[in-house]
Design a protein around this ligand. Structure first.
Ligand code: PEP
Ligand code: MN
Length: 359
């Protein structure tokens, strides 16, 4: 199916090309929402966000204020002159949001991973002309993400966007949710017209990395950001560690640089081309080396078969991992990249050995 979303400028919430969303993780009280919304007034925010129903990982955590928060959210947005958005996870919530005049919706990461839940919400969105943003599913599966977007699009929703909020992975990462930038970049490649928004708050999980992640997103052609902003972050009932004050939000957004995609300067263009040629050379050298490595793996595989040895040799694998990480780090290669690369190479070497056994 072809997704053919309209550009952000047609969302009728006053954004022209860029979409900036800010607001608390959860709606907590009328006062909290009003203070936060007014703090964000005239700071380039197109949508004021707040979660009304919170899908929490563990029971017993703050699960949202529920329906009464919808009128508080709308009033706070009206007071600040900003359109409002909230998360929808069930069809009934769509109807309630429409009743209270909520201007845009997003589908959360735990919901977008479930095709049945998305299909039910999509049904409730049939014929509704409200923008819908779909967060990536918690697991790194681009087709599941695109599938959720398609289910919504099938119901006639054409004000659509994707939100990248990072992925749960088993690797320890600097961040709460691993950004795996290659996935949103691939989404952009497959559906270039789909607006792509980054959620640095849920990727980061703390306040420290918001600027870095936001700038990376802009440099990767994202169309906007959704950031958690609270008038009193320390007291927030959910995600307290990653929320920032409206003043901090302003500081961060002022530091962000929206760069050009095309190069007009011919000298710069030449320099870039030279460097890209160098990269091409290095890439082919790496591929030749991988080919040699797999040749050796093949020889090892036949020896192991002959001597009835297991493909996995734990001691050897630990030695490889430790020595390569130590060597790579000395040469300035980041640890996270090295570990993932080595694990991938090792996994495929094992599979390669098994395939050779089967032949
Ligand atoms: C949120 O935006 O507050 C939220 C719950 O996000 P996610 O679905 O990305 O975890
Ligand atoms: Mn949150």
């Amino acid at each position: 199916m072809n997704l053919s979303p309209v550009p952000l400028s047609q969302w009728e919430i006053g954004c022209c090309g860029r979409l900036m969303i800010a607001g608390p993780c959860s709606a907590e009280s009328p006062d909290q929402l009003k203070k936060t919304a007014c703090g964000l007034k005239n700071k380039g925010v197109n949508l004021f966000r707040a979660g009304i129903w919170k899908p929490r990982t563990r029971p017993g955590l703050f699960e949202g204020i529920g329906e009464k928060g919808l009128s508080w959210l709308k009033e706070a947005g009206d007071l600040a002159g900003i359109a409002v958005a909230t998360e929808i996870a069930q069809p009934e919530q769509v109807e309630l949001c429409l009743k209270y005049g909520i201007n845009a919706f997003w589908i959360g990461a735990r919901t977008s991973a479930n095709p049945f839940a998305v299909a039910e919400i999509a049904q409730a969105l049939k014929g509704v002309d409200v923008p819908v943003m779909v967060k990536n599913p918690v697991n790194p599966d681009i087709d599941l993400w695109i599938g959720a977007l398609e289910r919504i699009a099938l119901m006639g929703v054409n004000k659509l966007a994707a939100i990248h909020r990072g992925f749960s992975t088993y690797h320890k990462s600097t961040y709460r949710n691993s950004p795996l930038w290659r996935i949103p970049v691939e989404l952009r490649r497959r559906v270039p017209s789909l607006p792509l928004i980054c959620d640095p708050s849920h990727i980061s999980g703390n306040r420290e990395h918001l600027l870095t992640i936001s700038q990376i997103a802009l440099d990767l052609l994202f169309d906007g950001l959704i950031m958690e902003v609270h008038c009193n972050p320390g007291e927030a009932l959910s995600d307290a560690g990653q929320q920032i004050t409206p003043a901090a939000y302003e500081k961060i957004t002022k530091k962000l640089v929206w760069k050009d995609i095309s190069v007009s300067d011919s000298e710069l263009n030449q320099r870039l081309n030279d460097l890209r040629n160098e990269i091409d050379q290095v890439d082919y050298q790496i591929l030749d080396l991988f080919a040699s490595r797999f040749d050796i793996v093949k020889q090892i595989a036949s020896l192991k078969t002959e001597k009835k040895l297991t493909a996995l040799q734990l001691k050897r694998w630990s030695e490889i991992l430790e020595s390569r990480v130590e060597y790579g780090m000395k040469h300035g290669i980041p640890n996270e990249f090295l570990v993932q690369l080595l694990e991938l190479v090792h996994e495929h070497s094992l599979l390669f050995q098994e395939q050779n056994l089967m032949e």
